[in-house]
Design a protein around this ligand. Structure first.
Ligand SMILES: O=P(O)(O)OC[C@H]1O[C@H](OP(=O)(O)OP(=O)(O)O)[C@H](O)[C@@H]1O
Ligand SMILES: Nc1ncnc2[nH]cnc12
Length: 175
């Protein structure tokens, strides 16, 4: 399946020079959505995970479907202030300033092996923050899978340096 045929590219959004990779067109197409989820699941056939985690917001849609297919529970990694129970948080750098992702402090059990899912990896800052969160909670992210990888931004190398297997369904050069 050529996943790129379902992805819409919007030049100069949200600012000049950025090619925004829009996956709403993939999610909205029955064949596109099913093929992307099937491909993500296929990448990990045979691997043993205890939980699937997805990063807000597109990681919820894809990660939820992957968790369902793998027969595993799903953990949402949310932006700060959205979770109602006791949380642990991890700050990460944005282009300007910082942001924080959170999980519930009891979202995983000690030693849990986690598969992390998101729509896209760029600098890897968001995914790295999620990885650190799960480590602090006593678990281990073993693999991280994305529909899209922006290869020049170094996200893969950043996660691989933490000993995480990084997989993606397609890659784009540049921003
Ligand atoms: O690898 P990075 O440089 O950290 O960037 C990747 C993140 O950026 C996008 O999310 P965004 O923060 O725009 O939130 P959204 O999913 O709610 O649109 C994308 O869905 C990833 O989560
Ligand atoms: N080029 C891009 N398209 C979509 N989401 C992104 N997140 C970071 N860079 C992005």
């Amino acid at each position: 399946m050529d996943v790129k045929q379902f992805i819409r590219t919007i030049p100069d959004y949200p600012k000049e020079g950025i090619f925004f990779r829009d996956i709403t067109t993939l999610l909205g197409d029955a064949e596109g959505f099913r093929s992307a989820v099937d491909a993500l699941v296929q990448l990990h056939k045979g691997a043993k995970f205890d939980k699937v985690a997805g990063i807000e917001a597109h990681g919820f849609i894809l990660g939820g479907a992957v968790a369902h297919q793998l027969g595993l529970g799903f953990v949402p990694v949310r932006k700060k202030g959205k979770l109602p129970w006791t949380t642990i948080g991890q700050e990460y750098d944005l282009e300007y300033g910082t942001d924080t992702v959170e999980i519930h402090s009891d979202a995983i059990s000690a030693g849990d092996r986690i598969l992390l899912i998101d729509d896209l990896i760029a600098t890897g800052g968001t995914a790295e923050a999620a990885v650190k969160l799960f480590a602090r909670a006593g678990g281990n992210v073993l693999a991280a899978s994305f529909v899209i990888e922006l290869s020049e931004l170094g996200g893969r190398q950043r996660l691989e340096a933490l000993d995480i297997e990084v997989l993606s369904l397609c890659a784009y050069e540049g921003h």
